[in-house]
Design a protein around this ligand. Structure first.
Ligand SMILES: [Zn+2]
Length: 126
């Protein structure tokens, strides 16, 4: 019997299906900007470009998105979170997305659009 429980790509324990998978399948909406950030990182890992476009603000979303499977995503590190809570209308998440050659660092801006969190784009750190 295989008792290995793999973590979600975003780093949360409990597995992909019950974590970011629920968001990718649109069974749940992200409650916070950080949760959306985590689900978007996981979408890069599993190659869900449709979810990435869906969770992008329509004014900044690219019309097409090509994911590079050779990036070799390793793990997500949340550095700082400002706003983006259950009662907020916007917020930022500073993160490092580690890949096989180093890491990508960004402070991402998030906002509510039609009542759900969406990614707007990179912002200058506060
Ligand atoms: Zn997750």
């Amino acid at each position: 019997m295989d008792l290995v429980v793999t973590n979600c790509p975003c780093g949360a324990s409990g597995g992909y299906d019950d974590c970011c998978g629920r968001l990718h399948r649109r069974e749940a909406d992200a409650g916070t900007a950080e949760q959306l950030m985590r689900s978007r990182y996981s979408a890069y890992v599993v190659g869900d470009d449709a979810y990435l476009r869906w969770s992008w603000h329509p004014t900044t979303a690219p019309s097409a998105l090509t994911l590079d499977p050779d990036v070799g995503w390793r793990r997500l590190e949340i550095v700082a979170v400002a706003g983006g809570g259950l009662l907020d209308v916007d917020g930022t998440v500073e993160f490092r997305a580690h890949h096989r050659l180093g890491f990508l660092a960004e402070t991402s801006g998030f906002a509510r659009h039609d009542g759900r969190w969406v990614y707007v784009g990179p912002v200058d750190p506060a």
